[in-house]
Design a protein around this ligand. Sequence first.
Ligand SMILES: Nc1ncnc2c1ncn2[C@@H]1O[C@H](COP(=O)(O)OP(=O)(O)O)[C@@H](O)[C@H]1O
Ligand SMILES: [Mg+2]
Length: 245
Amino acid sequence: MASIKPTPDLRPARINALGEFAASIAHEVKQPLAAVTLNAQACLHWLEQDPPRVDQARTALRVVLEASTAASAMLRSLHGMACQAAPQRQPLVVNDVVRDVLQLLRGELRQQCITVTESYAPDYQLRADRVQLMQVLMNLILNAIEAARDLHDRARTLALHTSLADDGLRISVADNGVGIAPALAERIFDPLFSTKPGGTGMGLAICRTIVQSHGGRIWSEPGQPHGTVFHLSFKEYTLWTPSRS
Ligand SMILES: Nc1ncnc2c1ncn2[C@@H]1O[C@H](COP(=O)(O)OP(=O)(O)O)[C@@H](O)[C@H]1O
Ligand SMILES: [Mg+2]
């Protein structure tokens, strides 16, 4: 008897994805907001001196201005991403999406002293939902940042790589963090599986749901000599060509 495949209900994944997404937004604006508070306090302190230390106050105010400008730029771009209600597939240049996500997380990466290297294949396109693809990359990079947190004996690195492999268009995210114990490698994509205090354990489960709904695969490998590499691979892609209009 032919089996009837139920249509996958992606709604729960989407709702969880929003939770995870909200967590990444909070994560991103936390630092600029902390800088605003600290420097506003410092500014008041300098102005309350007798005589007021105007130069120091001005420096602190400049930092306030920079941090609040950075936070609003971040919110604007995240808002643009989140306002897109239903998944919308459109041709996306994968290299651009990788660059956009890196841009969003640049401050956090710098703060954590993580050196980023990038290497790109020619501009291939995927038919994909931009928000979802960004979400996948964001979750992977946030995990990489967390994997580097307890690393004090070597420089922290993150490598982003797009390439054409035998199985299709690949995006790889490699860190040199704590790595994944081989016994756990099968379980990391399970919903709610987390080794972190306070971890949601939903990041990779969401990544896998999204990647598979785009006909792709996601897996991890041990990094050499340290850390972890996550690969995404998509069979269907096209080469981007500039329109001749
Ligand atoms: N880059 C990585 N390096 C080491 N371990 C990782 C990495 N990415 C994921 N993991 C492991 O997989 C688990 C599940 O990850 P995830 O689904 O994102 O949930 P969470 O980050 O909330 O724990 C993590 O708790 C961690 O043990
Ligand atoms: Mg995570």
